[in-house]
Write a protein of this length. Structure first.
Length: 141
């Protein structure tokens, strides 16, 4: 049985177990590692993009007639939760960004976007409270 060195980790593996990857032939372990890193990279990017989307969608819910009294407070809480998750993810990948398949910019983006989303969420929570107080006050008249 002939063995060939994996193009990535240079371990000797039987020819039949090598998998083509971008013009190189790599072993199954490397293939799995590459796939796992790609998945983590995707989830990091998903978190980065979810933060500005949460701010925009969150504030837009105030424009929906009637439903806004429920949706806006929920969206406010969602912003705070997403912000906390984003900042925590950013801090954890900041230690070893290469393990997540990202550079040094992505954790900073997560922390900065997370901070903005958190501020936006807290402001929206405050407005939600005012809205509820206003509703209650109007109800007692
Ligand atoms: Zn390998």
């Amino acid at each position: 049985m002939t063995t060939t060195a994996c193009a990535r980790c240079s371990k000797q593996v039987p020819d039949a177990q090598l998998i083509p990857h971008r013009g190189k032939r790599i072993c199954l372990e490397c293939e799995m590692e590459i796939e796992e890193t790609a998945n983590m990279r995707k989830s990091v990017y998903r978190s980065i993009f979810s933060l500005p989307v949460a701010i925009i969608v969150g504030w837009l819910t105030i424009c929906i007639p009637f439903a806004n009294f429920v949706l806006f407070p929920l969206a406010s809480i969602a912003q705070v939760v997403l912000a906390v998750q984003g900042i925590r993810l950013g801090m954890s990948i900041n230690q070893a960004p290469e393990e997540f398949g990202v550079g040094t910019t992505e954790p900073i983006l997560l922390i900065v976007f997370g901070a903005f989303t958190g501020l936006s969420g807290l402001a929206a929570c405050g407005m939600s409270l005012l809205m509820l107080v206003g509703l209650l006050a109007a109800g007692f008249q």
